[in-house]
Structures are given as structure tokens and as C-alpha cells.
Design a protein around this ligand. Structure first.
Ligand code: ADP
Ligand code: ZN
Length: 224
């Protein structure tokens, strides 16, 4: 099963995506994480995309599509995957559909939309702290979910940092770009796939509801 996580930055795609990945035994593929890793390593790809990400702009479709297709052909993606942060444009969604049709025939595809009001999103993102240990990646919030010890991860003890692009100016820009593309994207999935929309107010409850939906979806009882 291929699960696409839709939603503006800061709606919890990463947090919820990681929980689902763990519980459903599907690999979690985050384009943002892949890109940040490439930037940190200073690869050719990293150099090409750094400017876009720092400015809160979208990386060009062809670059994103190639990155994701390469990742989806790796061996650990036999069962399916949770796609977090991709697709973000209708062009990317089309490309994904064609790719899955050809390379993963018969695989179920479903989209989950996390819908959160913008003012709440901005509040979440400017207070977001992320564990610098890549294999942990735990996400905290200075106000709503602070670590026990300042700037130290509760889980692995590594340092917590704010992402370079998590400032108010860039967030506002990322939100604007999301809203420009989201209608087409949501329409695409409404027409082509099962789409489940949820306002994830409480994390555990949201995960439970999504799992219930997926359970039903597996048996083809598609809720719209
Ligand atoms: P957020 O959802 O908080 O914006 P991500 O980690 O998903 O964070 O993405 C960070 C940045 O990486 C985006 O602002 C954008 O520049 C780039 N990026 C990630 N995924 C895509 C994509 N599918 N298409 C274009 N750019 C992307
Ligand atoms: Zn950690």
C-alpha cells in the first residue's frame, strides 16, 4: 500500500507518518529529509536544491520526481511506503501515479489529508524543535511538547535544533505555496484515489482514526 500524506507544512505529516510507518511496517519516505541529508553531505543534488529550500520555495518538479522514483526502486520498498511531503504539485501526483502503475502494478494507493488552520500551523512551526540524530528524528514543541531537559532529546539524548527554514517569514511563504497547489492536489486524489481528510487535534486519536480508515480501505469499503 502506498500512502500519500497531504497537508501544509507543520500539520504533522512527519510525526504521524513516522508512527504509521512503524505500526504498519511501511518505509517512511520524506522528500524534505532526503533533501536536507543531501545538503548536509554537500552532494551535487544538495548544492542544486539548497537555495530553494532556504527560501521556502519548491524544488523543481523534475528533480523531486527523479529523487522519489530512485528511492521507490530501492529494495526496502517492497511492501509499499508512506510518502511524506510528496507529491506537492499536480505534476508530481501525475508522475507518481504513472510510476506506480508501471513499477508496482496492483498496489493500493490512498491519500490522507491533514487539515489544520494556518494560525495554528505558524504557532506549531516557529516553536518546533527537531532531534539532530537522524535515526531518531523526534519532533518537539517548545510550548506544547517541550523536552524534559532544554534542547536535549528525551529519547536519545542528542541535541535538539530548530530547522533553518522554520522561521516566520519562510513558514508564511511555504504556507502560501501549499495553498496555491493544494486544491489541485486534493481534487486529484479525490478523483483518482481514496482520500481521507482529518483535523489532527489529538495525535493518538488522529492515528487511530487513520488506521481505522486504512483498515476499512483494505477491504474496499471506501469512505469519501
Ligand atoms: P515542510 O512540510 O515543513 O515544508 P519538508 O521537510 O517536507 O517540510 O520540506 C522542506 C522543503 O523541501 C520544502 O520547503 C521544499 O523546498 C522542499 N521540498 C520537499 N518536498 C518537496 C516536493 N515534493 N516538491 C518540491 N519541493 C519539495
Ligand atoms: Zn532523538
Amino acid at each position: 500500500m502506498y500512502i500519500v500524506m497531504l497537508g501544509a507544512p507543520g500539520t504533522g505529516k512527519g510525526t504521524i507518518g513516522k508512527i504509521l510507518s512503524n505500526d504498519l511496517d511501511l518505509v517512511h519516505i520524506s522528500t524534505g529529509d532526503i533533501f536536507r541529508e543531501q545538503i548536509n553531505k554537500g552532494t551535487e543534488l544538495g548544492k542544486k536544491i539548497q537555495g530553494y529550500i532556504e527560501n521556502g520555495a519548491l524544488v523543481p518538479d523534475d528533480v523531486v520526481i527523479e529523487t522519489v522514483q530512485t528511492r521507490l526502486l530501492e529494495e526496502d520498498v517492497s511492501n509499499g511506503a508512506i510518502l511524506d511531503g510528496f507529491p506537492r504539485t499536480a505534476t508530481q501526483a501525475e508522475a507518481l501515479r504513472e510510476f506506480l502503475k508501471q513499477n508496482k502494478p496492483g498496489a493500493k494507493r490512498v491519500a490522507i489529508e491533514l487539515d489544520v488552520p494556518d494560525d495554528e500551523i505558524i504557532e506549531r512551526i516557529v516553536n518546533r524543535l527537531i532531534c539532530t540524530n537522524k535515526s531518531c528524528g523526534a519532533i518537539y514543541n517548545k510550548k506544547t511538547k517541550p523536552p524534559k531537559q532544554e534542547n536535549v532529546c528525551d529519547i536519545c539524548g542528542s541535541e535538539l535544533k530548530r530547522r533553518d527554514d522554520d522561521n516566520k517569514e519562510t513558514v508564511t511563504k511555504r504556507l502560501g505555496i501549499y495553498h496555491q497547489n493544494s486544491k489541485d492536489l486534493i481534487d486529484f486524489y479525490r478523483k483518482n484515489n481514496a482520500l481521507y481528510s482529518i483535523y489532527p487535534k489529538n495525535l493518538d486519536k488522529a492515528v487511530e482514526e487513520i488506521k481505522n480508515f486504512l483498515e476499512e480501505y483494505k477491504f474496499n469499503i471506501v469512505r469519501k
